[in-house]
Design a protein around this ligand. Sequence first.
Ligand code: CA2
Length: 152
Amino acid sequence: MAKAPKILILNGPNLNMLGTRQPEVYGTATLADIEAACEQRARDLGLAAECRQSNSEGELVGWIQAARDQVQAVIINPGAYSHTSVAILDALLAVDLPVVEVHLSNIHRREEFRHHSYVSKAAQGVICGFGPRGYIMALEALAAQLIESQET
Ligand code: CA2
């Protein structure tokens, strides 16, 4: 049987605190809950999900660089680095993989400084405002796209 396409799911700074503070903004699910749901949905879709979180920009860049030739797509919630990090943008552009950027909150309804994301320039699509479901939506979109590309 063919190997399941692998999707790297990256979460940036402070997302390890999900479920502990600011539930009115970010909900009550923990990062472990979200990662378990992603792994399960990925399996159901015939994909393999590898989930990682870091508070360090350099570590995220390293993981993105290492993803080249190892995974078929990247889902990333860069957290606050979305609004500051040209380094993460450049790493994503360099690996040349389909990228879906996910935000739990609708960044466009929030403070002005959250409205711009450097990372979006490297993303095929951006999903924001659906809470943890956004990661599942990203997996479903990538699965449909990977199947389509196998057919053509
Ligand atoms: O809405 C999102 O997913 C964000 O990427 C979350 C980031 C924020 O800086 C972005 O503008 C939008 C912040 C994540 C912080 O998560 C926390 C979770 C619980 C308690 C405190 C912070």
